[in-house]
Design a protein around this ligand. Structure first.
Ligand code: FES
Length: 581
C-alpha cells in the first residue's frame, strides 16, 4: 500500500534555496553562518523538527535530546534537519488554562511551517496540548508530517504502591479531606509522583493523545507507550527521522493518513484504552482542520460496542510502563481488528496499512491488556448525553464512572463558579448528601477561558467521611484525563454562552439516564423561560490581545473548541508569494 510520488522532483524548499539569484544566495548565505556545507541546499528534503521543548513544560523537558536522535535519522536518510522551537503550553503551569493556548499554538505552528522552507515536519510533542496543537497546525498546512512523542514517565511508587500521575494527586487529596491521610504524608508522596522525564504515566490526556496519534496513523507503530527514558524511545525518534525523509519523497500527506476511517479507528481505540474525555475535543478539532465532518454522534456510535481492555489508571490499576511491556497500543489495535472494529486498510505514516503494522504483535501480559471477558467495561466509548440541559451534547466516560449512578435522579447543588465551589465545598452547613447532583457553571470555553479541568470537582468532606467516593457532577468544564468519577462534562452550549446550564438553581431535580443518553432538568418550560428572561451573564469577557480574539471566535466543545477562522486547510502555499527583500 506504500504510496509513491515521482522522485527526484523539485521540492518546496528549493523556492528559497534553489538557483543562483540574489534571493537564493540571501536565503542560503545567512543559514551558512551555522556551518552548513553548500551541498545541503541541493534539493534534498528539508525537515523541520518542530520542538515543544521548554523548561516550563516539564513533561517535554527532554525533547532536545530526542530532537538530536530525530536529526540523526534525517541525516542518515539523506535529508537536511532543522530544529525549530514552537509554542509549548504546559498543562500544569499555564494560566488560565493550557487549553486556551492550544489554538494559539496551532495557529503559530501552521504559520511556522508555511512561512519557512520546510518540505516535511516531525512533530516533537508530549504534554497534553502539545500533541493536538501541532497536529492541528500541520493538518491545516498538509505537508508530510509525522509525530514522535516524548513518552511517559516511569511508574511512581509510594509505600510500595503504584502512584499514577494526577490520579493519585486527586485520590490523596480526597483522602486528606476524609481524614485517611495526613498532610505530612501527602507532602511525602509528592516526591514519588514524577520519577523520571516524560509525560504523565497514567492513561491521562498525554498518553491518550499519544495513542490517538498512533491510532490515526500519524506516528510509527508502537510509539505511544515507550517510556521517555527507555533507550527504545530514542530509537523511535531516530527511525521517525529516517521515515519523514521518505514520506517527503513519497509526498505522503496528513490528509491521506487522517481520513474518516482513521478517525473512527482512533475513537474506537480511545474506548479500548479508557482514554481521556479531552480526546473528544481534540479529535473534533483536528478533524475540522482536515475537513472531515466528525461529530459527537460519531463518538457515541463508534465507541458504543468497544470494551475497555487496557487496565490502566485512572480506569484500571496499571501504568504506561506496564502497558509498554505488555505490547502497547499495537496489541490494542490488533484486538480491535480481530473484533471487526478497525478499518484495517487505513494508511499510516509508515506507508503500510494499520493492519499490516499490528497483525503479528503479541500480548505479553493479559492482566494489563485484558481478554474480552475480563474487560473493565463492555461499553467503554464516550457516552454523549443530550436533553434540555445540554441540547448540543455533554460527554461522560463510562469506564471511570460508578455503575450505581448510571441511572439517577437527584437534587441539584449548584456552584455558580469554581470560586464559589472552593468557598463552600468544605463547609459543614453545605446542604448536600451523596444523592445530590453537583452542578458547576461558567467553566466552558468562554466562561473560564480554555475550559478549566475542574469538572471532576472533589466531593464534600461530609460525604467523603461516610466512605462515599463518587457522586454525579455536571459542568461545562473539562476534566483531567487522569481523573475519574461519574462526571458529566462539556455541556454545550456552555453557561457563559447562554446554555441552559446557566439556568439551573439549587434544589432543581436533574435526571441522568446514561443508557438512554438523557440529561434532563426537570423544570417546567415556562419557569425556564422566566429564568432566561432574568438571566444576566456574570462572565466579563476578555478584551484585547489573544484573550479577546479567543473569546470572540472560540467554538463550543461539541465542535472541538477551535477558533472559528482556523477550521479547515489552507495548504502550504504562501499568500502574497513574493520575496520580501
Ligand atoms: Fe504534562 Fe501530564 S501534565 S503530560
Amino acid at each position: 500500500m506504500t504510496k509513491k510520488a515521482e522522485w527526484p522532483r523539485k521540492l518546496r524548499s528549493q523556492e528559497w534555496f534553489g538557483g543562483t539569484s540574489r534571493d537564493a544566495i540571501y536565503h542560503r548565505g545567512w543559514l551558512k553562518n551555522q556551518g552548513y556545507p553548500n551541498d545541503l541546499f541541493d534539493g534534498r528534503p528539508v525537515i523541520g523538527i518542530l520542538n515543544t521543548w521548554s523548561d516550563m513544560t516539564p513533561c517535554n523537558g527532554h525533547l532536545r535530546e530526542l530532537a538530536e536522535k530525530v536529526k540523526a535519522g534525517v541525516w542518515e536518510a539523506g535529508g537536511f534537519p532543522m530544529e525549530v522551537p514552537v509554542f509549548s503550553a504546559s498543562e500544569n503551569t499555564f494560566r488560565p488554562t493550557a487549553m486556551m493556548f492550544r489554538n494559539l499554538a496551532a495557529l503559530a505552528v501552521e504559520e511556522v511551517i508555511r512561512g519557512q522552507p520546510m518540505d516535511g515536519c516531525v512533530l516533537l510533542v508530549g504534554c497534553d496540548k502539545t500533541t493536538p496543537s501541532l497536529l492541528m497546525g500541520a493538518a491545516s498546512v498538509d505537508l508530510p508530517s509525522i509525530v514522535v512523542t516524548g513518552g511517559p514517565m516511569l511508574n511512581g511508587y509510594f509505600r510500595g504502591e503504584r502512584v499514577g500521575s494526577g490520579t493519585h494527586l486527586w485520590k490523596f487529596s480526597e483522602m486528606v479531606k476524609a481524614g485517611e491521610m495526613t498532610q505530612a504524608e501527602f507532602l511525602e508522596a509528592e516526591a514519588s509522583m514524577s520519577r523520571s522525564s516524560g509525560t504523565c504515566n497514567t492513561m491521562g490526556t498525554a498518553s491518550t493523545m499519544a495513542s490517538m496519534a498512533e491510532a490515526l496513523g500519524m506516528a510509527l507503530s508502537g510509539n505511544a507507550a515507550i517510556p521517555a527514558v527507555d533507550s527504545r524511545r530514542r530509537v523511535m525518534a531516530q527511525l521517525t527521522g529516517r521515515r519523514i525523509v521518505q514520506m517527503v519523497k513519497d509526498d505522503l500527506k496528513p490528509s491521506e493518513v487522517m481520513t474518516r476511517q482513521a478517525f473512527e479507528n482512533a475513537i474506537r481505540t480511545n474506548a479500548a484504552i479508557g482514554g481521556s474525555t479531552n480526546a473528544v475535543i481534540h479529535l473534533l478539532a483536528i478533524a475540522g482542520r482536515v475537513g472531515i465532518d466528525l461529530t459527537l454522534d460519531d463518538w457515541d456510535r463508534c465507541g458504543r460496542d468497544v470494551s475497555t481492555i487496557v487496565n490502566l489508571m485512572p480506569s484500571g490499576k496499571y501504568l504506561m510502563e506496564e502497558f509498554f511491556y505488555a505490547g502497547g497500543l499495537p496489541v490494542v489495535l490488533k484486538r480491535l481488528g480481530e473484533a471487526g472494529l478497525l478499518h484495517k486498510d487505513a494508511l499510516t505514516v509508515s506507508g503500510e496499512t494499520v493492519w499490516d503494522e499490528v497483525k503479528d504483535v503479541v500480548n505479553w501480559n493479559e492482566d494489563v491488556i485484558l481478554p474480552a471477558d475480563k474487560a473493565l467495561t463492555s461499553s467503554g466509548g464516550i457516552v454523549v448525553l443530550r436533553g434540555n440541559l445540554a441540547p448540543k451534547g455533554a460527554v461522560l466516560k463510562p469506564s471511570a464512572a460508578s455503575p450505581h449512578l448510571m441511572q439517577h435522579t437527584g437534587r441539584a447543588v449548584v456552584f455558580e463558579s469554581i470560586e464559589d465551589y472552593h468557598a463552600r465545598i468544605n463547609r459543614d452547613d453545605l446542604d448536600i448528601d451523596e444523592t445530590c447532583i453537583m452542578v458547576l457553571k461558567y467553566c466552558g470555553p468562554k466562561g473560564y477561558p480554555g475550559m478549566a479541568e475542574v469538572g471532576n470537582m472533589g466531593l464534600p468532606p461530609k460525604v467523603l467521611k461516610k466512605g462515599i467516593t463518587d457522586m454525579i457532577r455536571i459542568s461545562d468544564a473539562r476534566m483531567s484525563g487522569t481523573a475519574y468519577g461519574t462526571v458529566i462534562l462539556h455541556t454545550a452550549p456552555e453557561a457563559a454562552d447562554g446554555g441552559p446550564l446557566a439556568l439551573v438553581e439549587n434544589g432543581d431535580i436533574i435526571e441522568v439516564d446514561i443508557p438512554a443518553r438523557k440529561l434532563e432538568l426537570k423544570v417546567p418550560d415556562e419557569e425556564l423561560a422566566r429564568r432566561r428572561a432574568a438571566w444576566v451573564n456574570p462572565v466579563q469577557p476578555l478584551v484585547g490581545g489573544y484573550g479577546g480574539l479567543y473569546v470572540k471566535t472560540v467554538m463550543q466543545a461539541d465542535t472541538g473548541a477551535d477558533l472559528d477562522f482556523l477550521v479547515g486547510q489552507r495548504g502550504s502555499r504562501i499568500p502574497m508569494d513574493r520575496d520580501s527583500h
